[in-house]
Design a protein around this ligand. Structure first.
Ligand SMILES: Cc1ncc(COP(=O)(O)O)c(C=O)c1O
Length: 435
């Protein structure tokens, strides 16, 4: 076991932060509320390592919640950024870089015929839904329990009291009149989708889904489920929106849609396409995207959309991935090794836990059964997760601070990083089994 963490500087910064920022953070998960711990305040990161204000070094599996597939501080991206900075930071005018990134994404992801850049994943999903509604002239949308698509009003819903009831707001400040048009279906449950379409099919503008959900921990859709959702949306002329904000360019170069061989009508991107800078994008069928202003009547705009720094970071990252496809094989090998190591520790120390993984996305669930939907995820032992999390942080392993998040492996993680992580997991689960 490692020496107890010194976190005096983070404690003091957190105290100051809480005076001036709600909860001390600019995005709620960063407050470490679920694990009842002071978050380390980060100074810098390099490769697979991240460093805090108290000079602690951790192996990082947060990766900024997904974008840092190449690891931190990648010189190829940073060099291009430095060159771009000399040309100034933002113009509010068209640039060559915007054309290049659109062409590049279109080349890599065959379902994309046209694409619009925005500034976050939230903007991408909100805008894709508006385009789908404008295109179909319908209002209702279907989302899946446990899938997260950012904080747009109509997506902040939880299932109502019956499978067919409309969603109720999961956040205060969201009027019911907005979530009234959102229907919540069960993930990986064909019958739930079939019933909703039977009742509302001709009013449904779009179904939005994570192909591999990373926002209840990693929970992949089954092939059968995705195929069914594609089929029924086609039958009812509803738009299928696949949210690849997390999975895009991570699970495969062409995203989860290439793994599942599914052709969505629209796709949302974010995270990796900005190489660590703020970004989002939505795109797909030309006839839908042509509804977007200034071509069509669906309004959507952004002062900083297509910002040259985000574009160059994105182009460089995507081009590097495209030219180094072996990265995906390596991520699979590292992911499998880590999964096996954790599973062996679970078995050896007789912990009620299970691992879900797709490629470089992985979650250890403290549950005695396999996790295949939101109900399963919710039944996990979150207290045990919090203990595990704190012990792992003390082992200098920086994991996402919630049972319902994914941890991300990057190209910069070495075999030694994975081995050290497995050792830390073994220490931690051994101690948990004794307590
Ligand atoms: C699948 C998915 N969609 C949308 C979003 C929202 O993206 P952003 O946080 O950039 O607004 C996220 C964020 O984690 C996500 O995982």
């Amino acid at each position: 076991m490692k020496n107890k963490l010194n976190n005096e500087n983070s404690v003091e910064l957190f105290r100051r932060a809480k005076e001036v920022i709600p909860g001390g953070v600019n995005s709620p998960v960063r407050a470490f509320t679920d694990v009842d711990t002071t978050p380390p305040f980060i100074v810098k990161a390099d490769g697979s390592k991240i460093y805090d204000e108290d000079n602690n070094e951790y192996i990082d599996y947060v990766g900024s919640y997904g974008p840092m597939i190449l690891g931190h501080n990648p010189s190829i991206v940073n060099e291009k950024l430095k060159e771009q900075i000399d040309n100034s930071l933002s113009f509010g005018a068209p640039t060559r870089l915007e054309v290049e990134i659109a062409e590049l994404i279109k080349e890599i992801v065959p379902s994309i015929e046209m694409i619009r850049m925005v500034n976050s994943g939230t903007e991408a999903t909100m805008s894709a839904l508006r385009a789908a509604r404008g295109y179909t002239g319908r209002n209702k949308i279907v989302k899946f329990a446990g899938n997260y698509h950012g904080h747009g009003d109509c997506l902040l819903v939880q299932a109502g009291s019956g499978a067919l009831t409309h969603g109720v707001p999961s956040s205060s400040g969201v009027p019911e009149s907005i979530t009234d048009n959102t229907i919540v279906a069960e993930y990986n449950n064909i019958e739930s989708v079939a019933n909703i379409f039977k009742n509302y099919g001709r009013d449904i503008a779009a179904v939005i889904m994570e192909p591999v959900s990373g926002n209840m921990g990693v929970v992949p859709a089954t092939q059968e489920f995705i195929d069914y959702v594609r089929e029924i949306t086609r039958e009812y002329n509803s738009v299928l929106i696949i949210d690849e904000v997390m999975t895009g360019f991570r699970l495969a170069l062409s995203g989860a849609q290439s793994l599942y061989k599914v052709e969505p009508d629209l796709t949302c991107f974010g995270k990796i396409i900005g190489g660590g800078l703020p970004v989002g994008a939505y795109g797909g069928k030309k006839e839908i995207m042509q509804c977007v202003a200034p071509l069509g009547s669906v309004y959507q705009a952004g002062t900083l959309s297509g910002n040259p720094l985000s574009m160059i970071a994105g182009i460089t990252t995507l081009t590097y991935l495209k030219n180094n496809l072996k990265i995906y094989d390596d991520l699979e090998i590292k992911g499998e090794k880590l999964q096996r190591g954790i599973e062996k520790a679970i078995e050896d120390f007789k912990i009620e836990a299970t691992v879900n993984r797709v490629g470089s996305m992985i979650t250890l669930f403290f549950s005695s059964k396999k996790v295949k939907d939101y109900e399963d995820a919710k039944s996990c032992n979150t207290e045990l997760f919090a203990k595990y999390f704190k012990a792992m942080l003390n082992e200098r392993i920086y994991l996402p601070p919630s049972q319902f998040e994914t941890f991300f492996i990057s190209n910069a993680h070495s075999e030694k990083d994975i081995e050290d992580t497995i050792k830390a997991v073994r220490n931690t689960l051994h101690n948990l089994s004794c307590s």
